[in-house]
Write a protein that binds this ligand. Structure first.
Ligand code: KIV
Length: 264
């Protein structure tokens, strides 16, 4: 059965959601076959796939391109596309126009936007027009310049209260789920218990309704960014290096191509 935003929303309290990111057809297909319910075309692809230092240079065109490829690989998972920096901040109208492109042109099931109370009107506008929205609070990487780096958010009581209020406001506005990034786990627990939609944590501890990780981190593919809250489930980077070296050796020694790789 296909995962929908309403199915994700109604899974709260019933099952823990294990979500991952993807930027291309092949990885999206593998995640889908593994049964991952929600695949995010995260703008972290700016770092993992495009080689930038932050997500800020990622464009609407980049995200539409990667989302289209990912959608082709997915049959069951919910595909959510990250709206990149400056494609939704200007006005609710701008957000609606661009979110519409993710759904209509790229085939995404919904979009993710960063930010709290400031985004309420935008969330309402998208939801009223039939576009499911995933919220994102805590460490919001598109605000890295204002935050002064990639740091845990919500440690001070005033900050924690703001994040909790933002979460409630977004839930009220109609998000179907909420990503909580890099916040103390007790705050994540309080938010999870206070809102009716699932929380999906990344560096937000055990009590969220689900978890999300960046697939490059899970696979052990080095991209220069170290995420201490992540877990490496394989050393795919090392396996790839070994394969490339073996190929290099085979070609330089003349043992590839062999007769079975050759047309006579
Ligand atoms: O861009 C991304 O991959 C994300 C996740 C880390 C939630 O926003």
């Amino acid at each position: 059965m296909k995962w929908t935003a309403t199915r994700i929303q109604s899974s709260k309290g019933r099952e823990k959601l294990a979500c991952l990111t993807a930027a291309d057809f092949a990885v999206a297909q593998l995640l889908d076959q593994a049964g991952i319910p929600l695949i995010l075309v995260g703008d972290s692809l700016g770092m993992t796939t495009l080689g930038y230092d932050t997500t800020l240079p990622v464009t609407l065109h980049d995200m539409l391109h990667h989302t289209t490829a990912e959608v082709r690989g997915v049959k069951k998972a919910l595909v959510i596309a990250d709206m990149p920096f400056m494609t939704y901040q200007v006005s609710a109208g701008q957000a609606l126009r661009n979110a519409g492109r993710f759904v209509q042109d790229a085939g995404a099931d919904g979009v993710k936007i960063e930010g709290g109370t400031l985004r309420v009107r935008t969330v309402e506008r998208l939801v009223q027009n039939g576009i499911p929205v995933l919220g994102h609070l805590g460490l919001t990487p598109q605000s890295v310049r204002a935050l002064g780096g990639y740091k845990v958010q919500g440690r001070k009581p005033t900050e924690a209260e703001q994040i909790l209020n933002d979460a409630k406001a977004l839930a009220e506005a109609g998000i179907f789920a909420l990503v909580l990034e890099c916040i103390p786990e007790e705050l994540a627990r309080e938010i999870t218990e206070s809102i009716p939609v699932p929380t999906i944590g990344i560096g937000a501890g055990r009590y969220c309704d689900g978890q999300i990780l960046v697939t490059a981190d899970v696979l052990g593919i080095e991209t220069g960014v170290k995420a201490t809250f992540s877990k490496q489930y394989a050393q795919v980077g090392t396996i790839m290096q070994q394969a490339f070296s073996a190929y290099l050796q085979d070609v330089s020694r003349g043992s590839f191509p062999a007769p079975e790789h050759t047309f006579q």
